[in-house]
Design a protein around this ligand. Structure first.
Ligand SMILES: C[S@@+](CC[C@H](N)C(=O)[O-])C[C@H]1O[C@@H](n2cnc3c(N)ncnc32)[C@H](O)[C@@H]1O
Length: 277
């Protein structure tokens, strides 16, 4: 066996153990990205070989959180890709007004900036009070940050310019208070948000959502796992519900491609489920 083959064996053994011991299955993730992240985690834990993580997985239960954190790409922004938020505001929100109550699911919400963006958008459109937002991720460390709604002050310059570009109607700084080098978003914004753990690899659908947002998550999945998640979204949408994906993601060639139509131009990645009239 050469070194490359040994490393492959270590990699496979580690993923098998994570699945066996904790039920997390990374088999459906793009291999190059997950391997790169495991190698980074090995180095940051002060080890040379991937297999040195195995005793931690077996004997240190709290290491699972570190492992999941290491596997998650948590990069996110408020009003990320502002032109998409503008389309949401101008073309989707008017169609959502017909529903007496709105249910919105952010799958893979990371540290929550996307969820607070949605709460702000709904507030400005007069819909927040009759909306219920579910914000989920499989990474508890990210969910804890999301729940607190406290972010570094240095991020606000970018967030503010995104907000303005997205068609924001108020003064962005009215939505948070600054303390030292951090900002805390107003608690009022999260009154209708439920943060909870949900794993797109194995957990079930959430029923009857009017809008599902899953952005920059499916890019890390192989086609089979993308299909599983997309099918879950299809099953979780109410008639005439909407699905919003990330800039580089698509339903083309997926298991649900015939069940949805594009809203606005295809580049906006906003889809509406067919039928239900
Ligand atoms: C790059 S972030 C995207 C954050 C946000 N949606 C955005 O676009 O700004 C990807 C998120 O997907 C989450 N994720 C990855 N695999 C997941 C899974 N199987 N179930 C739920 N969330 C997952 C990660 O923990 C991470 O928080």
């Amino acid at each position: 066996m050469n070194n490359h083959e040994i490393e492959e064996l270590e990699f496979k053994s580690l993923l098998d153990l994570i699945k066996e011991c904790y039920g997390y299955d990374f088999g459906g993730y793009a291999k190059s990205s997950i391997k790169r992240r495991i190698t980074q985690l090995t180095l940051s834990e002060g080890h040379q070989y991937i297999s040195e993580l195995i005793p931690k997985i077996l004997y240190e239960k709290e290491f699972l959180d570190t492992f999941l954190k290491g596997m998650s790409v948590t990069v996110t922004e408020m009003f990320r890709d502002p032109w998409i938020w503008k389309t949401l505001r101008e073309e989707v929100i008017p169609r959502l007004r017909i529903f007496p109550r709105l249910k919105i699911w952010h799958a893979g919400c990371a540290t929550g900036q996307e969820v607070y963006s949605m709460a702000i958008l709904l507030k400005e459109e007069g819909l927040l009070d009759h909306s219920q937002i579910y914000a989920t991720d499989f990474n508890n460390s990210s969910l804890e940050i999301a729940q607190k709604g406290i972010y570094p002050l240095r991020e606000m310059r970018k967030h503010t310019s995104n907000y303005i570009e997205s068609g924001g109607k108020e003064s962005f700084s009215d939505y948070y208070t600054v303390k030292y080098d951090a900002v805390k978003f107003n608690d009022k914004l999260k009154e209708n948000i439920v943060f909870s753990n949900h794993n797109l690899v194995e957990d079930n659908s959430f029923g009857e959502m009017n809008l599902i947002i899953c952005r920059n998550v499916l890019i890390y999945f192989k086609q089979n796992l993308q299909d599983r998640a997309l099918n879950l979204f299809k099953e979780s949408l109410s008639p005439r519900g909407f699905l919003l994906l990330g800039d580089k993601e698509s339903i083309d060639f997926s298991i649900i491609s015939n069940d949805f139509v594009s809203v606005s131009s295809k580049k906006h990645k906003i889809f509406q489920i067919k039928g239900g009239d």
